[in-house]
Ligand binder design. Structure first.
Ligand code: NAD
Length: 315
């Protein structure tokens, strides 16, 4: 069962799961999902992960053997304004889902976590065992989810893996593109299409060009990591937390240059003030992903920007 399968990342996970020969049932409340992202021949159950009876029934009806849990609210700024809502949706939703997992005796679980759990690390690349000091309620809810899984696995046969995604970008198919404007690439593309310069938040960070460095991961690579994580939870009883990034950082100006190449014109930008809580660099250590998942990213930044631009042109 894939929760949040009508979302940006979830729709790519459907493709990867089917390519691996698995059957999937999607559970989604459509709060930010799109019906057309789920292929017509994939069963789609409309409802919330917080509806325990519905989830248990879905697990029974579809003989669910494992869960990949992506359904969550993900807007960092909104989480600062509405912390109760974020805890209710992300932590309350997971609690209820895990209760259903226990009742239905499902033993394999892959959880969508975030690099947001690291906050402002002292150094980069960041290791999974390093300090976790999230800077927003959103990041906190993701970290609490990891704790919940570890606590539950201590008292029931649950094999789990939490994937800490870095900056997800690109599209495997124009129809599955990221339509939210919460991430750098969609924001810049929106500004560019509306004739506005993009804002670069700070150019005085201790990085080679002064702008923030992030680890951008192609959504198709990320989707494949979920299949590997699902396999891992089936092969042995594990409790793993794994970074999913490329291990290579790109600065904001490098992203703008790459987008300019994909668009065929330079992207206009202006320098704004730093935003509170933005670390200068946040890049994943990918050793654990390589060793434990046997997974490495295949796509680079230009693949991400060009697929995002193609998807935008298609819209
Ligand atoms: N996009 C990123 O850059 C990024 C980075 C790190 C982590 N994540 C995590 O990845 C996951 C998926 O993110 P996305 O970018 O695809 O977001 P998205 O908003 O496109 O997808 C989320 C999906 O979950 C569904 N959903 C939300 N609440 C639900 C609920 N209570 N019950 C059932 N369905 C519900 C939505 O309708 C949507 O289809 C989230 O958990 C998010 O926190 C995303």
């Amino acid at each position: 069962m894939l929760t949040g399968g009508a979302g940006y990342i979830g729709s790519h996970v459907i493709v990867a799961l089917r390519e691996s020969g698995r059957e999937v049932v999607v559970l989604d409340d459509m709060s930010t999902g799109l019906r057309e992202r789920v292929p017509a021949d994939v069963p789609l159950v409309f409802g919330s992960v917080a509806d325990k009876d519905l989830v248990v029934q879905t697990m029974m009806d579809h003989e669910v053997t494992g869960v990949i849990h992506l359904a969550a609210k993900k807007a960092v700024g909104e989480s600062v304004e509405r912390p109760l809502y974020y805890y209710q949706e992300n932590v309350g939703g997971l609690l209820s889902l895990l209760e259903a997992v226990r009742i239905a005796e499902v033993e394999h679980f892959v959880y969508s976590s975030s690099a947001g759990v690291y906050g402002q690390p002292d150094h980069s690349p960041v290791l999974e065992d390093g300090p976790t000091v999230p800077l927003s309620p959103y990041g906190e809810t993701k970290l609490v989810g990891e704790w919940l899984l570890a606590d539950l696995a201590a008292v029931m046969p649950l094999s789990w893996c939490a994937l800490r995604y870095f900056n997800v970008a690109g599209a495997g198919d124009p129809a599955l593109a990221d339509t939210s404007v919460g991430n750098l690439i969609p924001i810049v593309l929106r500004d560019d299409s509306e004739g506005r310069p993009a804002t670069v938040f700070g150019d005085d960070y201790p990085t080679p060009d002064g702008t923030c460095i992030r680890d951008y991961i192609h959504v198709v690579d990320l989707a494949e990591a979920h299949v590997r994580a699902a396999e891992l939870t089936e092969q042995a009883r594990v409790g793993e937390i794994i970074n999913v990034g490329t291990g290579t950082g790109s600065s904001v100006l490098e992203v703008l240059a790459s987008l300019g190449t994909a668009l065929g014109h330079e992207v206009a930008y202006e320098i704004g003030a730093r935003r509170a809580g933005d670390p200068g660099a946040l890049v994943a250590s990918v050793d654990r992903a390589t060793e434990v998942l046997g997974w490495r990213s295949r796509f680079d930044l230009d693949d991400m920007t060009s697929s995002a631009v193609t998807a935008l042109a298609d819209r």
